[in-house]
Write a protein that binds this ligand. Structure first.
Ligand code: SAM
Ligand code: SF4
Ligand code: SF4
Length: 323
């Protein structure tokens, strides 16, 4: 099996594919309240095109793919795409990140189609705070998605929580959640993308100080696909808390990822606006070997690390890149 390395000798084996820039929520840090003008359909990669790209990526050494968005479950026939990707030989890990709202409708079919893992984004368990953050959502619906994923045996089920200072930075409710359910709640530092306000940034260290109040947390090994997260748990809990610090303690030296946007731009770093247009290649008469060669060349331009905070934010919003 081939392996893909960048110029800093990092092994690149993870591809995040954003399948849509549309969403059924409007999280304040990701999408404006009125929504965005979505890319026209003809600019969005078809499932056939995504599959061709994924096959070539796996041939270069990608072994893990995550589907994201926008909200991946709002794209029509998403189950079909999962089925198409799950059958690629050499792809070991196929997962999806969702806000969970539509998960009860799709989870069973996604599982049957070969999806292995889901991450559900829930920034607060308090209905009012969740509503305020997402502008459209109901936390009970997202939690119903989590319950269905657990019932169907998705393992692990992770919850992503972006830390917003003064809004959702008390971990009390999530501690209760990991006592009730075998879920892995990962707190993620708010990154300077989209509507970012430095005053709302809280570091993982600051969160851990707050966690100290509740006591008894010990470091533990993370679940499958732990990536850059560190985990901890406490007596009696069924799940864990995870900590991801892209800003205060960035993990660029071990970065293993590439991103494909819905309109077919390959991005080598979340914080770099360098984009490489894959669409003409996928729509032309190009062989898998040629697409693979393109991926290898593009990977060489991956920057060593981000300069987020010191420089401008990415030009695109998170929903347009694929978080
Ligand atoms: N709609 C799906 C969801 O919300 O899970 C998938 C796409 S969303 C863009 C992917 C992840 O990016 C979510 O967990 C979201 O909270 C996270 N995200 C978006 N903007 C962020 C930011 N500025 N900092 C940190 N995480 C962010
Ligand atoms: Fe939609 Fe996810 Fe962005 Fe929230 S974070 S607006 S759910 S794409
Ligand atoms: Fe990788 Fe760029 Fe994220 Fe660093 S900022 S971890 S290099 S994608």
């Amino acid at each position: 099996m081939e392996a893909l390395y960048d110029n800093y000798d990092r092994k690149i084996d993870y591809l995040r594919i954003s399948v849509t820039d549309r969403c059924n929520l409007r999280c304040f840090y990701c999408m404006p309240e009125e929504g965005i003008t979505p890319k026209p359909h003809e600019e969005i990669l078809s499932y056939e095109e995504i599959k061709r790209f994924a096959e070539a990526a796996v041939a270069t050494g990608i072994t893990k793919i995550r589907l994201t968005g926008g909200e991946p479950l709002v794209r029509r026939d998403i189950v079909k795409l999962v089925e198409m990707l799950a059958n690629i030989p050499g792809l070991n890990d196929l997962s999806l990140t969702t806000n969970g709202i539509l998960l009860p409708h799709h989870a069973e079919d996604l599982k049957k189609a070969g999806l292995q893992r889901v991450n559900v984004s829930i920034d607060s368990l308090d209905p009012e705070t969740y509503q305020k953050l997402t502008r459209l959502g109901g936390v009970e619906k997202a939690l119903a998605g989590v319950r269905v994923a657990l019932e169907l045996g998705f393992d692990p089920v992770k919850i992503n929580t972006v830390l917003i200072k003064g809004v959702n930075d008390d971990p009390k409710d999530f501690i209760r959640l990991i006592h009730d359910y075998p879920v892995h709640v990962r707190f993620i530092e708010f990154m300077p993308v989209g509507d970012w306000n430095p005053e709302l940034y809280l570091s993982i260290d600051e969160l851990k100080q707050k966690l100290g109040r509740y006591g008894g947390f010990e470091p533990v090994e993370g679940p499958k696909g732990a990536g850059p997260a560190q985990y901890a748990t406490c007596k009696g809990a069924l799940g864990t808390l995870g900590f991801i610090s892209p800003i205060s303690n960035h993990f660029c030296p071990s970065c293993n990822r590439l991103r494909l946007t819905p309109d077919g731009k390959l991005r080598v770093c979340l914080f770099s606006d360098a984009e490489f247009d894959v669409r003409p290649i996928l729509r032309g008469n190009t062989s898998e070997q040629e697409i693979a060669a393109f991926i290898r060349t593009v990977t060489e331009s991956k920057p060593e690390r981000h300069s987020a905070g010191a420089q401008e934010k990415p030009a695109r919003l998170m929903c347009q890149i694929g978080g």
